[in-house]
Structure formats: C-alpha cells, structure tokens
Write a protein that binds this ligand. Structure first.
Ligand SMILES: Cc1cc2nc3c(=O)[nH]c(=O)nc-3n(C[C@H](O)[C@H](O)[C@H](O)COP(=O)(O)O)c2cc1C
Length: 174
C-alpha cells in the first residue's frame, strides 16, 4: 500500500497539531507527515494520495510576502506540477469570529490551484455546521476541504476530524 503524503504548514501551532491528529485517525502507518517548508522539490510526485493542511494568515498568504505561512517557497513549485491522476484532500485552519468574511480563505485559494493543475479533490464538507460570513473555500456550494477552527470551536475539532477521515478513507482506498 502506497502511503499518503500529509503536507502541512505552518509548524508548531494548531495546523501541526491538527495534522498529527488526522494522521493518528487515518493510521500513522499510512501517512508520511511532511512540513511544507521542508518538502524537497518533486517529493510530492512520489505520491498518488496527498493531504494538504494550511492556515489562513491574512490576505497576503498567496502574495508570497507573508513570512509566517511556510507555504511561500512551495507555492511556485506547486504551480509547475501536474497533479493529474492524484487524489487530494485538504484541511484549513481559520478563525470565524475575527475573520468572519475571510474564513479559511487559504483553503479555497489552494483548492483552486490544485484543480488548476489537474488534481482530483475529495473530502468536501457541508457549510451547515459552520458560522461565518464569507469564505473563498466554498466551491460548488461546499467547503473544498475540512475547515478547523481552533480559536473558537476547538471542542468540535476531534469530531470534525473523525467524520472527515471516515469520509476520505474509502476514497483513498483505505
Ligand atoms: C495575522 C493573522 C491573520 C489571520 N487571518 C485569517 C483569515 O484571514 N482568515 C481566517 O479564517 N483566519 C485567519 N487567522 C486565524 C488563523 O488562521 C488561525 O489562528 C490558525 O489556527 C493559525 O494556525 P497556526 O496556529 O498553525 O499558526 C489569522 C491569524 C493571524 C495571526
């Protein structure tokens, strides 16, 4: 069984904590946990199944000017890749109170990049149980991946992860 690459950033905060929880829930033997800031070029091409984890840290996340996202170096590499034939699931960290109109936006921006380069995205999530105003992560009426809100809804995180992992596992052939 080929492993799933779980590529995430930033490290040392809630994104990493959630990445570890998701790996535990899927089964660590099936996962390679890879901080995005350390992923070597072309490493991603070794995998057919990928999970991306990203935090939204301001609107500059994708302008390559924000120093804290860990994604800045990886993004230009991603844009040159072809993800056709690869299955991708995504989760995103955000804050629905302070950033109600920008909720988990980076998840949406990343999702659109992945679609652009041919990736097949699984693990879409209904907006029903989330309270926010606007989000770029809504594509075709659903969140393109799993939003996690450690700032204000951390009590829901474990259940959200459990449900989402149950949803994506069969699609990853597990
Ligand atoms: C400077 C800054 C900007 C942020 N901007 C957004 C935002 O636009 N949308 C959002 O949903 N959350 C936003 N957040 C909340 C973070 O996404 C959230 O706190 C996340 O859990 C941080 O992940 P980390 O602990 O791995 O760094 C922002 C947080 C910071 C510190």
């Amino acid at each position: 069984m080929k492993k799933i690459a779980l590529i995430y950033g930033p490290v040392k905060g809630s994104t990493e904590r959630v990445a570890i929880k998701i790996a535990n829930e899927i089964g660590n033997e099936n996962i390679d946990l890879l901080p995005v800031k350390d992923v070597a070029e072309n490493k991603i091409m070794e995998y057919d199944k990928i999970i991306f984890g990203i935090a939204t840290i301001g609107k500059d996340t994708w302008d390559l000017h924000h120093p804290n996202t860990d994604w800045d170096d990886f993004l230009p590499k991603l844009r040159t890749m072809n993800l056709q034939g690869k299955t991708v699931a995504m989760f995103g960290l955000g804050d629905n109170i302070k950033y109600a109109s920008l909720f988990v936006d980076a998840l949406g921006v990343l999702g659109k990049e992945v679609l652009e380069i041919g990736g097949k995205i699984i693990g879409q999530v209904s907006t029903d149980n989330y309270d926010f105003q606007e989000s770029q992560a809504i594509i075709d009426g659903k969140f393109i991946g799993l939003p996690i809100n450690e700032d204000h809804e951390s009590h829901l995180t474990d259940e959200r992860i459990k449900n989402w992992v149950a949803q994506i596992k069969p699609e990853f052939g597990l």
